[in-house]
Design a protein around this ligand. Sequence first.
Ligand code: GLP
Length: 633
Amino acid sequence: MNILDAVGKKQSTQKERFEKVRTLVYPDSSDACVTLAAEVAEMVRSRQGEGKNVVLGLATGSTPVPFYRELIRLHKEEGLSLGNVITFNLDEYYGLPRDHPESYFRFMHDQLFDHVDIPAEQINIPDGTIAMDEVYEWCLGYEKQIEEAGGLDLQILGIGRTGHIGFNEPGSSQDSITRMITLDRVTRQDAAADFMGMANVPRSAITMGVGTILNARSIVLMAWGSNKAEIVQEAVEGEMNDRISASFLQDHSNSTFLVDSAASSRLTRFRHPWLVSSVEWGSAMKKRAVVWLSRSLNKPILKLVDEDYNECGAGELLASTSEAAYKVNIDVFNQVQHTISGWPGGKRDADDTNRPERSTPYPKKALILSPEPADAFLGMGGTIERLVEQGHEVVIAYQTSGNLRVADVAAHKFASVVLEMAEEDTEEGWKSQSDYAQEILRLLDDKGEFGIDPERVRSLKGLILRGESRAAADDCGVGYEAQQFLDLPFYEKGRYRRFQRTDEDSDAMRILLEAEQPDIIFATGEAGDPSSIQALSFKAFGEVWESLDQAEWRKNCSVWLYRGRDEAFESHEIDMAVPMSPDQIDGKGEAIRKFMSVNQEELGSPNRNREIAQQYDALGMAEYEAIEAFQRW
Ligand code: GLP
């Protein structure tokens, strides 16, 4: 089926019967974007033949970037002209100069317009620089321009974590039009990294309204990565209301959610497939269903009875295995029980038939990959400490420097301290340090409120973060000599939401893996938004890993996934649950606090570990203070 085929309002098939808007799932974002771009190209070409224009509504954010890259490729390599395309962008921050690196004006030019042949006069982007008292008139004018262009043929959308489209925050009505709005706290928090701190994120924006968007003849909303899974499920399967403006797409006659498999994972047909179709009851599916049953009835696994299975739509499970509830219960109970292990590196001289990790070799060489420096501590600080205590050789490799997260104040503080020390020195021995500090202070000053850090400043910020990482690793018992700072080039050369990986990144990963030849690897980012630092870092690792399939050490190396900044694993997805004592969880909190740049939500990461323990407890497992969760790759 084509993405842009007019389908009319959603007709439910059995499998998709909980979905109130057409949802197409692709294995990954690039497949989806290549298909969509081909269809858009087709539309553009056929209109060219008729001497007509195509009017596109465009979005910013990292989500549409792969789509734009494919359009650029089609233009450069396959001679596609976009000369007959008129564009209207959804939104713009209010108060940002157009040349600010985070303005949507600049973003769109960097990501698309500067590389294709859409005439400048056919590009329309809300103007965030107009005077406050002219905004109202300006917005009416924007609506009129869209109308005069013939209305939007296709509106491209991403989705924010609050479920917003454009910047239509919760409370935006279905018939709202282009206007100025105040940004939600969550939205500003999500943009904080782009702006190097929440304080720099504008408080308001101009956005097309929900009504403006719904007037488009067709709408495609894209979403990638596990962090979007929950909001996609709510928008697609939940009630249509103004709490989630994307849910209004349910009311459009030609709208489509285009998602990758990670973002689709919470839809009923994937999360609880037995509710919508008949399934193969392998052991993973059994575990998924029984854990869900136990959680939704708030009853420990071993207390579930036949009626519970029947009443909740899992009766087929009992029928298909011709087993009574108690047998299935015990089977799944044991499966979950066996995920619990205080020996993340395997238990020496122990029978490992039912343990998540092998007992040999012992001790192991463990390599922990941390995309940004804080990730490893957020996701597995307690487990790192355990691995060290249990005698394993632990190496932490920080894949990127993380320097974009460090606030100006930190660099300012460091330079000022150096300067003061230099001033106290009368012998002139500190001349070069003092010159350096002065230069940093000058660069910080010159770049102004919204400027980009020059390389010197980024490198100082990277060093500050190295100091913090060392302190955090020290809390977990890992010494300086066992820490590697890879500073992957994609990060050093890039900016949030538009990083691009090259072979240099893979080279660095290859050198690391070949030098370390670990027995066990812990990594994260496999289900992240494809343009996130976590996903790009994982890809760099994953590709090299695949290419090393002939290496002897690699055949005996296990790979575990953890979740640092991405969505936590659900109980049924966990293959290894490492329990933590109250002291250990406090220690983890201490390590995380070494990073000045972690935000409030990340500081709460030990609570995620407490929640997992509570979930295990509710399933009827032993009651632990906290659990760090892992999945086999
Ligand atoms: C901002 C934009 C939205 C975009 C959202 C998600 O709020 N105004 O148009 O959909 O961010 O961004 P990303 O695609 O980077 O996840």
